[in-house]
Design a protein around this ligand. Structure first.
Ligand code: NAP
Ligand code: GCO
Ligand code: CA
Length: 267
């Protein structure tokens, strides 16, 4: 077996949801460099225009769709058009996601439902739309972007943790239900990654000091740094490639060691 060739994504069609920027963009860029054809979506034209320019600057011919992943009809139309104009989807990354940081007793049921809708219902909707093509083709890779909050809770993120915990189990269930058809479904659990989603947690304070949460994360991370979207590129290529054909239902945590560490001891 040519081990290095097994990491290639040459000729594969990859759909990365919510890949206008952030983690999704980095994963799509990595897939393009590994040889895949890139398709992505976001919700609005403004981010689409910025994203298309960013992909072009990287020399990547990405195809973009305006599609709200929580809307089953929009997802069906997008997947149908991809299959018609690009090809059957070989790799799906359910990356699109939101977070609302609100103390649970202050959070409305509607706000809770919005997070569950994007972070848990949408991966179900998009996977359900993509799996039939993978079944016909006889192979497929589904990668769900979970979180440390698939394992741990913290104040103000009740909806997000519930969604990401559910996404871990949806990952295991897709692996269980479709493994015999050569479809592998795994998750990536990023730690704390520097993207727009975590920008509020890293804001420099009025006195010029680092955000207390920023300092907290550094003390809880053996690597003593925030992750970057680039840190996810290699793990994402591995889980999308033939190199991981016997890996199924696993969540690969890319977190600098936080989940293994009790935290820096007081001096
Ligand atoms: P981000 O910077 O906020 O980007 C989120 C992406 O999702 C954007 O491209 C956004 O595009 C898209 N999106 C949101 N709702 C959507 C919807 N209904 N339909 C279609 N697209 C939608 O987030 P990120 O930090 O890159 O995170 C990406 C994924 O990693 C998320 O699932 C997040 O939960 C997870 N994660 C992040 C971290 C971290 O520390 N950053 C750690 C662990 C897990 P538009 O707004 O343009 O639609
Ligand atoms: C937060 C952060 C986290 C990260 C990530 C950690 O508010 O705690 O946004 O949720 O986004 O999910 O893995
Ligand atoms: Ca909806």
């Amino acid at each position: 077996m040519d081990v290095m060739k097994s990491f290639s994504l040459e000729g594969k069609v990859a759909l990365v949801t919510g890949a206008a920027y952030g983690i999704g963009f980095a994963i799509a860029e990595a897939y393009a460099k590994a040889g895949a054809k890139i398709v992505f979506n976001c919700r609005g034209q403004e981010h689409m225009d910025v994203a298309m320019k960013a992909y072009e600057e990287k020399g990547i011919k990405a195809k973009g769709y305006i599609c709200d992943v929580t809307d089953e009809a929009q997802v069906a139309d997008m997947v149908q058009d991809i299959e018609k104009t690009v090809g059957t989807i070989d790799i799906l990354v359910n990356n699109a996601g939101i977070i609302k940081r609100i103390p649970m007793t202050d959070m409305s049921a509607e706000e809770f439902r919005q997070v569950i809708d994007v972070d848990l219902n949408a991966p179900f909707i998009v996977s359900k739309a993509v799996i039939p093509g993978m079944l016909k083709k006889g192979h497929g890779k589904i990668i769900n972007i979970c979180s440390m909050m698939s394992e741990l809770g913290r104040e103000t993120v009740s909806a997000y943790a519930a969604a990401k915990g559910g996404l871990k189990m949806l990952t295991k269930n897709i692996a269980s239900e479709y493994g015999e058809f050569n479809i592998q479904c795994n998750g990536i659990g990023p730690g704390y990654i520097a993207t727009p989603q975590t920008a509020p947690l890293r804001e420099i304070q009025p006195d010029g000091s680092r955000h207390p949460f920023d300092q907290f994360i550094i003390s809880k991370t053996p690597a003593a740094r925030w992750g970057n979207p680039e840190d996810l590129m290699g793990p994402a290529v591995f889980l999308a490639s033939e190199a991981s054909d016997f890996v199924n239902g696993q969540i690969l945590y890319v977190d600098g060691g936080i989940l293994a560490y009790i935290g820096k001891q007081p001096k």
